[in-house]
Every structure is written in C-alpha cells, then in structure tokens.
Unconditional design. Structure first.
Length: 158
C-alpha cells in the first residue's frame, strides 16, 4: 500500500484537535454547554477546513445519520466529487461512517466531548486513517442541537 500524506505530523494533528477542545471548554460557562451561535468561526479559522458540523435535532434513528450542515474543504476534497449526498450524508462506501455517527450519538447522550480515531473507506478503495474530536453544542435550551467536529487524517490508496 502506498501512502499519500495529507496531514502534518501526528503531534501537530493532536494539538490542533486539542485547540478545538480547549476553545470549546472556554465557552462552557457556569456549567452550561455552549450554543452553536456562541462559536466564533474567526477564532477557528486555522482549524475550519478540517471541521464538520452536524445538526442532531434531525438525527434519523432509522438511518443513524444527522444532517451535515458543514463539511470543511480538506474533508470535502478527501471525500471527492459528490462528498455530500442530497440529504447531507457523506458518500462513504463503508459502514465505518457509523463511527462518526456513533461518536455524535455518544456526544449527545453524555453531553461530553468525544475524541477517537479509526479508518473510513472512501470511493475507489481510498482509505482515510483519522483522528477526530467532537464537541456538543446546545440550542440554548440545554438540548444538544449540533455537534462540531474536527478530523485530521492521512489518505492511503492501493
């Protein structure tokens, strides 16, 4: 298997995900989780191309998918043409996309950030080894409205 490296070193990747987590923690005030509207996207501009935003209010229990309202440029480029289907679901050709949605469900259930890593298979047998951080955002009424995530990855091809 040959490797086409997309992302910088693993230490750098961990640090960038830690920046998202630290920023989210700074928004948690008086035991309350931040709202989506609290996010200052200018603060996250150096991270944004590797971020995604999933609205959980429309989480479909049958398909186990939330609505991706944002998919950063690096992620969109990695997924390739047609990265998002018409219903806002990444067009991955593996059940490993469920790991993203399972992490979102864990964030929603626990109301805590989730960090994990794994692999997803894209079109044409391209594999992404990823490390991600997901944080909960509320609707202002203490319900988890959306999940903001950031993913760093290495792209591999056969």
């Amino acid at each position: 298997m040959s490797m086409n490296e997309i992302a910088p070193t693993p230490t750098y990747n961990r640090r960038k995900n830690a920046i998202l987590l630290e920023y989210w923690e700074s928004l948690c005030k008086d035991g309350k989780l931040p709202r989506e509207s609290d996010i200052d996207f200018d603060v996250l501009k150096d991270l944004w191309e590797n971020c995604f935003l999933i609205q959980m209010r429309d989480f479909n229990q049958e398909t186990q998918h939330g609505n991706f309202t944002y998919l950063g440029k690096k992620l969109s480029d990695a997924y390739g043409e047609g990265a998002l289907s018409s219903d806002g679901v990444p067009n991955l050709v593996t059940t490993d996309i469920n790991s993203i949605h399972e992490a979102c469900q864990e964030v929603q259930r626990t109301r805590q950030p989730v960090t994990n890593e794994g692999t997803v298979t894209l079109h044409d047998d391209v594999v992404l080894a990823f490390r991600q951080c997901l944080v909960p955002l509320t609707d202002g009424k203490d319900e988890i409205f959306s999940v903001l995530g950031r993913m760093e990855f290495h792209k591999y091809a056969d």
